[in-house]
Ligand binder design. Structure first.
Ligand code: AMP
Length: 279
């Protein structure tokens, strides 16, 4: 049975017991509304650790848009059933007061890799992510942490964080899990209307077409201009960013002349979708 823990002192005691027996602890941080993407991280964590903690915390500090926070899907009972089935040892689901008690005054802020794309369009987002992830590492004391490539920039930010602050946790990136039609799984997908859901997989297909052009030597300026037009023609009404960036350090590139990633954020109705693929 998955044990649900809401209090960090209780979690610490539990983990200390495991560590005394020489067990390697893995953590999968999430915001809940779990889907197969999350569960693939859980499967990796199970395969690579002796004990697995999944955290569910809808972190107010990383939401730059209050409406997005209010509308964020939550279904803890269903999540617990999934985690239980998957053999997760502990669900750590603290309340906001447990994570940010009165008097909380620390922000972890990372420059460079957190600045373009999501950082530019969601002010404060990565400060919120870096702060809560630092706290979750402190609270869980895990030796391994599993993050999805779906949030590619976040994965790079977390890698920077643990290197810079000597946090003793190994970060493991896991591939993006998609629906059969190519749409990257996301908790926010449930907010798409039936019509938007039909359009949404185009995001992946347009990225694939642009990646093919870039691999063939096209300039980013050309490939990205056609891809932007394709997004609008497909029915996305705003492309926030669409960039070719280096795999290491996420520097924007004029062409795919080194290992690169193509990353996008675009709006369908009132849902903001993100995706990325290797070039
Ligand atoms: P979230 O609950 O959206 O904050 O996501 C929690 C973790 O699951 C993050 O590391 C995400 O990158 C990862 N994740 C979300 N969606 C997917 C997906 N479709 N495939 C793989 N990992 C995912």
């Amino acid at each position: 049975m998955t044990q649900v823990i809401r209090n960090s002192a209780e979690l610490r005691e539990k983990v200390a017991g495991w560590k005394r027996s020489g067990m390697l602890v893995g953590v999968v941080p999430t915001m809940g509304a779990l889907h197969e993407g999350h569960m693939s991280l859980v499967a990796q964590a199970r395969a690579q650790s002796d004990r697995v903690i999944v955290t569910i915390f809808v972190n107010p500090m990383q939401f730059n848009n209050p409406d997005d926070l209010t509308k964020y899907p939550r279904n803890e009972a269903k999540d617990v059933a999934l985690l239980d089935q998957a053999g997760v040892d502990v669900l750590f689901a603290p309340g906001v007061e447990e994570v940010y008690p009165t008097g909380f005054a620390t922000t972890v802020s990372i420059t460079g890799v957190s600045e373009p794309m999501e950082g530019a369009h969601r002010p404060g987002h990565f400060d919120g992510v870096a702060t809560v992830v630092s706290k979750l590492f402190g609270m869980t004391q895990a030796g391994r942490a599993f993050f999805g490539e779906k949030d590619w920039q976040q994965l790079q930010v977390v890698r920077r964080l643990v290197d810079d602050l000597n946090i003793p946790v190994k970060i493991i990136g896991c591939p993006t899990i998609r629906e059969e039609d190519g749409l990257a799984m996301s908790s926010r997908n449930v907010r798409l209307t039936a019509q938007e859901r039909q359009i949404a997989p185009q995001m992946h297909h347009i990225l694939q077409q642009a990646a093919t052009q870039l691999r063939g030597g096209a300039l980013a300026s050309d490939a990205l201009t056609s891809a932007r037009a394709a997004f609008l023609a497909a029915g996305f009404h705003d492309v926030e960013y669409l960039e070719l960036a280096s795999v290491e350090g996420l520097r924007l590139l004029p062409a795919a002349n080194e290992p690169a990633r193509l990353l996008v954020a675009a709006w369908l109705g009132d849902v903001r979708l993100i995706d990325n693929i290797a070039v």
